[in-house]
Write a protein that binds this ligand. Structure first.
Ligand code: DGJ
Length: 579
């Protein structure tokens, strides 16, 4: 099938698009594959490689309609760059790309690439093709008006709904045809510059919870045996299946052949597993048609929910990870759109089964960014509605600024597994993290208040000095309210050396076996072009979390540690010694 796309004759309504971009046509297909943005397994992490180097995607997704107008977008591009983003996710819609069958218009694609380059940004395009949030509102009118040729999902009540059916070849062929044309165009205009680094195929696909398509082909597929490609994989990899999927199958009897109901039981979730398989096959065809033209990494995003009816059914929910991976090998990543409160739990559920963590949609929460990057080797993070959050002083923009500077060190640590994150708040005010030779007892810091006129307690902090930590020793003047969340990334950079990036917390530490440990050297500083440039050398009040050394010694502690003030996240370099 792929060859036919390569040979396909495109009638582009903007034949001079390439010239408008001011770039030559790159022969990316003859270029070595490694020069194309791609995913690479580096040690313990799978990372995005752009122009030969690991790349941490610090992104934001535009609202759905933003990229349909270059005029609308014009003021936002520089603001997005100023808010420390390195990548923007922008919709490319089937209805605007192929307004008439076989007639393509890539002017918006070219405009986005041009503006992204001008502002030193990368792009990830979201292909709003057959489905966007389960529905098919982005298909061209010539598809919408012709349900005979492009059939719709038939609901159990006998009504067609406006979702394209996943069971009709005409649907996936038309979609794949347009997507292949898009990828061919991107290769032609961007195969050398690599502004576009990844593609999202469709958007949050799925259907009403617990249901399945009732078209004759769909019914026949449901009453046929579960395809061997899925069945054999399950039988061979039983122990490695995600536990909730294995359990669902085992509870139904763990059969290794039979119809969908025989294998998975007569339950609404069986409909969802069945739909997941057929959505996966469909998206695989679309993705592969695109990759045959230009093999950028391709991912899908997932509408999450806890119970049937609370999400788009048949999407790649955690229970469906294996089904989707088997059905759609052309999809490289399954990305959760995490809007639900238990952020880290969702990260953990997608940081499984060999799936690299990429969060295509979420809220702009800097603490969650640190958690995903530090604890789950996330390759990137992308809050939704980003052109509405371009203030360069938001915590997210500040966190992006710091992570962008420290990215080479972070990416190296992800690959080596020498990185951890900590996230504290009122409900979870303390946590001990073991990394390398030391364990760190983190606790929530206190927002600094104006210096009080008080006389310091004996041996305590002087007025105006850094406030004493929560639960810290004497002399607690200047203690204020804890900020909503406190967060840090801890990187082990040598046997006794650490980089700490974070905000609103503090930690004391112990050596091996709980031995006493103290600060050999603590520096604040910044990264300039990836190189550490030290600022103040910290000592005295700035390392003493508790001045009561004699009493601390009884517990094997030195009373020394580090603090990161609330507000914009900062970087510290720490060397420890034991005594
Ligand atoms: C999830 C979708 O994937 C996005 O395109 C957008 O519609 C958001 N929801 C809105 O919150």
């Amino acid at each position: 099938m792929a060859v036919s796309y390569v040979r396909m004759k495109l009638r582009c309504v903007l034949p001079c698009a390439v010239a408008l971009l001011g770039i030559g046509i790159a022969d990316a297909q003859s270029a070595p594959v490694s020069s194309i943005p791609h995913l690479e397994k580096r040690g313990k992490a799978t990372q995005m490689i752009v122009d030969g180097r690991p790349f941490l995607i610090l992104a934001g997704e535009l609202t759905n309609s933003a990229s349909s107008s270059m005029e609308y977008m014009e003021p936002f591009w520089p603001k997005l760059a100023a808010a420390n983003m390195n990548t923007v996710l922008a919709a490319v819609t089937w209805e605007l790309v192929e307004p008439e069958p076989g007639q393509f218009d890539f002017s918006l694609v070219d405009g986005a690439i041009r503006e992204a380059r001008r502002n030193r940004l990368h792009l990830i395009f979201l292909w709003f093709g057959s489905w966007k949030n389960a529905d098919s509102t982005y298909t061209p009118l010539w598809v919408k008006k012709n349900p005979k040729q492009y059939p719709l999902f038939l609901a159990e009540n006998g009504q067609s709904i406006t979702y394209l059916s996943a069971f009709k070849e005409g649907n996936w062929t038309a979609d794949a045809n347009a997507y292949a044309a898009l990828m061919r165009h991107i290769r032609e205009v961007d195969g050398e510059a690599h502004t576009v680094i990844m593609m999202q195929v469709e958007n949050e696909v799925g259907c009403p919870g617990g249901t399945r398509d009732q078209l004759p082909e769909a019914k026949a597929a449901f009453n046929a045996p579960v395809p061997r490609a899925l069945m054999d994989f399950m039988a061979k990899n039983k122990e490695e299946l995600v536990p909730e999927f294995r359990e669902y199958w085992q509870v139904a009897g763990g059969k290794t052949s039979g119809t969908w109901t025989e294998v998975f039981g007569d339950h609404p979730m069986t409909n969802e597993i069945f739909m997941a398989w057929y959505y996966a096959l469909y998206l695989d065809k679309v993705a592969k048609a695109g990759k045959a033209e230009y093999a950028l990494p391709m991912y899908i995003n997932v509408d999450l929910g806890e119970s049937i009816g609370g999400y788009s059914a048949g999407g790649a929910l955690p229970i469906q990870l294996n089904v989707w991976q088997q059905g759609a090998p052309g999809i490289d990543i399954i990305g959760p759109d995490i809007y639900l409160p238990n952020f880290e739990e969702w990260c953990a559920r997608y940081d499984r089964a060999g799936n690299p963590l990429w969060i295509p949609e979420t809220r702009g929460d800097a603490a969650n960014l640190f958690t995903a990057v530090g604890n789950h080797a996330a390759m990137g993070f992308s809050p939704f509605g980003i052109e509405r959050q371009t203030d360069a002083t938001t915590p997210l923009a500040q966190a992006y600024g710091l992570l962008a500077e420290a990215a080479p060190e972070i990416l190296e640590a992800q690959a080596k597994g020498t990185i951890k994150a900590v996230l504290l708040n009122a409900q979870h005010p303390a946590e001990t993290v073991q990394l390398g030779n030391y364990s760190f007892a983190f606790s929530v810091g206190r927002a600094r208040q104006p210096a009080p006129p008080a006389t310091p307690a004996p041996g305590g902090t002087a007025a105006g000095a850094q406030p004493v930590a929560a639960g810290g020793g004497r002399g607690g003047s200047g203690v204020g309210a804890a900020q909503a969340s406190s967060y840090a990334i801890l990187v082990s950079t040598g046997p006794d050396d650490y980089t700490i990036l974070g905000s609103g917390l503090q930690a004391m530490f112990n050596g091996p076996g709980g031995s006493a440990a103290a600060v050999a050297k603590l520096e604040e500083g910044a990264y300039v072009d990836g190189r550490w440039v030290p600022g103040r050398r910290l000592n005295g009040d700035d390392i003493m979390l508790n001045y009561d050394a004699p009493n601390k010694a009884i517990k094997g502690e030195s009373g020394q540690g580090f603090r990161l003030a609330a507000g914009a996240p900062k970087a510290l370099h720490l060397k420890i010694y034991t005594y």
